[in-house]
Design a protein around this ligand. Sequence first.
Ligand code: AMP
Length: 148
Amino acid sequence: MISLQSHEFMNPKISDYIISSEKVAHVQMGNSLEHALLVLTKSGYSAIPVLDARFRIHGLISSSMITESILGLERIEFEKLGEKKVEDVMAVTYPQVHLDDRFEKALDLLIDHAFLCVVDKEGYFEGIFTRSALLKELRTYIHKINEL
Ligand code: AMP
């Protein structure tokens, strides 16, 4: 049986695992839903952060939030894509961690979320911590144990 020395696995810093902000696909406040849908479709990601010009985070937007917001009674009202803004439909509550949070907090949150936004104390966006980054770390750790 694999014996996980949880102290070793739980000790890493969140900063060691983040995809830094400049590599994260995002949209800006004021962008239209049409632009957001384009970025989501082209990037292939399910949800992306909404930032302001100073790189502070305001929410998350996904393709399903966009589609939901343009659903009419009998048809999808595509013409609204150019009229509505990302801030009209984005989720303003989303999972987030700070760089100095404990790794364990990220672990708990990643059970229910595919990624976490990493934010500094002033609300500036540092990057994201994905579930796949965590699973890669776990796999490395298990391999290490198996080689002992
Ligand atoms: P992954 O664990 O790599 O499949 O990523 C999980 C989720 O994190 C994706 O569906 C996206 O919502 C988000 N994500 C991962 N990498 C990026 C990135 N470079 N830019 C924006 N969002 C990302």
